[in-house]
Ligand binder design. Structure first.
Ligand code: ADP
Ligand code: MG
Length: 266
């Protein structure tokens, strides 16, 4: 029996403020796989990421998204998170007054909490115990080689580009999603930060995690080896291949995909 991939995007059409951005995008991501999604600026990469996570501004006009066999489309963002989906933002937002630690504990508890109150679960099972949380946080920060003082800072407040992206990866490490979408995790990073963030992702990658790595540049793919590379152009995946496709895009630009497409059109 062949295994069904955890995330199945089927002929997805998405409009933003009445303008159709995704025009029949299909894509499958399974656990244990790393997929790179590449495309020029404005091609709709973030539109896909935000739609998958249920951002209300993105209107799905047709098609479907299945996660573990169930349609995501009727689900709220928090339900998608509880189901095991995660999005690392392209532009993480600062929350002055809320420490990284506090944010992560709240996020973890929200994710662990039963759907509705009054489900009969004893209060102790409603969240992670403080001692257990601190141990987990310490363990994950050590794994990502982060200084413990990082947890006491206000989330993304005055963080450098690299620190913001590391905070996203730490969040991913704590929430342990089954499928993680990483939207331009490489943007704005210098080479050292890029290496550290990539190491973090590589540490988390494995048989229990599927990654959709969205990127404009192939540079991050020198550090995170994708199993599959897809090109988003004109609202759909126009080309898919192995890691070598990323190198070809790097040397030839996106134009060759465009031209190839035209050449293939009778
Ligand atoms: P990418 O991430 O590939 O650079 P985006 O998904 O951000 O591309 O954008 C695709 C298109 O959708 C662009 O033309 C952009 O202007 C438009 N778009 C995306 N998000 C919004 C939004 N929230 N409001 C208005 N237009 C948007
Ligand atoms: Mg984007």
């Amino acid at each position: 029996m062949t295994r069904t991939p955890e995330l199945v995007v089927k002929d997805l059409h998405v409009s933003v403020e009445g303008k159709e951005i995704l025009k029949g995008l299909s894509l499958e991501v399974g656990k244990g796989e790393v997929h790179a999604l590449m495309g020029p600026n404005g091609s709709g990469k973030s539109t896909l990421a935000n739609t998958l996570m249920g951002h209300p501004r993105y209107e799905v006009t047709s098609g479907d998204v299945l996660f573990k066999g169930k349609s995501l489309l009727g689900m709220a963002t928090d339900e998608r998170s509880r189901a095991g989906l995660f999005l690392a933002f392209q532009y993480p937002v600062a929350i002055p007054g809320v420490t990284v630690s506090n944010f992560l504990r709240t996020a973890l508890n929200a994710r662990l909490a039963p759907r509705a109150a009054g489900d009969g679960a004893p209060p102790a099972r409603r969240g992670i115990a403080p001692r257990e949380f601190r141990a987990l946080l310490r363990e994950q920060m050590a794994l990502l080689r982060m200084d413990e003082s990082f947890a006491l800072r206000y989330l993304n407040d005055g963080f450098s580009g690299g620190e913001k992206k590391r905070a996203e990866v730490l969040q991913m490490a704590m929430l342990k999603p089954e499928i993680a979408i990483m939207d331009e995790t490489d943007s704005g990073l210098d080479i050292d930060a890029l290496r550290i963030v990539s190491e973090g992702v590589n540490t988390l990658a494995g048989p229990d995690l599927g990654v959709l790595l969205i990127t404009h540049y192939q540079r991050i793919l020198d550090y995170i080896k994708p199993d599959f590379v897809h090109v988003l152009l004109d609202g759909r995946i126009t080309l898919s291949g192995g890691p070598e496709l990323a190198l070809e895009l790097e040397s030839r630009g996106y134009d060759f995909v465009r031209e190839g497409k035209e050449a293939a059109t009778p």
